[in-house]
Design a binder for this molecule. Sequence first.
Ligand code: FAS
Ligand code: PHB
Length: 408
Amino acid sequence: MTSTTDRQDGKANVLKTDVAIIGGGPSGLLLAWRLTLDGISSVIIERQSVEHVQGRIRAGVLEQGTVDVLTRAGLGQRLETEGLRHGGFALALDGRVCRIALDALTGRHVTVYGQTEVTRDLMAAHFDARTKMHHDVSDVELHGLETETPHVTFAKDGELWRIDADFIAGCDGFRGPSRLAIPADQRDEFQRDYPFGWLGILADVPPCREELIYASSEHGFALASMRSPTRSRYYIQCRADEPLEEWPDNRLWDELKRRLGSDVAATITPGPAIEKSVAPLRSFVCETMRYGRLFLAGDAAHIVPPTGAKGLNLAVGDVHYLATALSAYYRRGTELGLDRYAEAALRRIWKTERFSWMMTALLHDFADEDAFAKRMRAAELNYIFSSHAAQASIAENYVGLPFEDVLA
Ligand code: FAS
Ligand code: PHB
């Protein structure tokens, strides 16, 4: 295993490692763990505290491919015992419900296991392995990306730090510095901001159904999800700048019942919110996922609206490709995977962006849509309700598209 070495160099603390990883969310944590398993050294630098990262409430549904990647990395124990295996989910239109039978249509399933738990499992593995992680850092800057000796500088506890590395992995999410370290005229970016957001509530009440329900109604979109048999996660479509203070719990529960329809409403158990937040919806892709010795992975490179349950799963896909490519570089001396990383990742990213955009356009109310557009959305849903082929198409995307072999 190549090592991470520390040394004092003038005013800065200097670390030397194989891969410097910016961002200690799921992408950064999983990449560092995969590299550790292959004897490749890395250092994670994270802006927030350990508690902040572990406390984030985000994704809820894992594709089978994600579960396989985590399990092969030795992170499947709790996932196996606490994850909820789901063989289907439902679409609802004005109270009418249609089950998409993932297992019958694809032979695969998804697993409900919160991103919070994935992060917890990854953090535990790193703590046990005593991986080099620095939290509460600031002033992160990337240097020498076009050289063979890139480095990262940052501040922590009033001291300057420098990491000399062979590669830098930008796993710092949509607002991190890595993507912006690529010159603007070198970045190929594509974006669609949606005219609404999601207002989410987490509550310790039993879920209304055993499987998820994505509902389109005349009052707007709603999603009934969960974290466990005793903890539910619900969302409603709202304004992108919806003031949270206008949504006391009881108003939110009433609106969920209205949008999910009377049959489902009768099975909803209201309760006090553990967490309530508004998230904006956007589609975004930066196709420049490599710039010299910098590689972007996860939300640093792309964002999907959560309607397809893909954000975290796409991040895991990127990390799977990048870890495979870096391992081939260090263990077999080939740059093939590194040279192919962006194109391979983007094939899966764009198909997943399409699915997430399609589900969002299908299920949400658009303020500027005319009567014809409303009828088209209703007709599309009614067609899906009546078509095995249409349901099979949704099912194969929802369970997750296959990974390519980035070295083939
Ligand atoms: P992350 O954003 O999770 O992690 C990036 C890390 O980099 C963060 O810890 C951040 O603190 C750190 N960082 C940023 N700037 C830094 C700097 N200057 N220096 C050091 N570190 C820095 N996906 C779903 O599938 N379903 C959902 O329901 C869902 N809901 C979401 C709700 C919200 C509010 C958000 C923001 C995202 C949601 N997502 C959802 C998507 C989400 O799950 C991401 O896909 C997932 O967190 C991606 O992981 P990372 O790529 O690690 O990015
Ligand atoms: C969630 O449980 O947070 C969740 C589930 C499915 C989605 C989005 C969010 O599509």
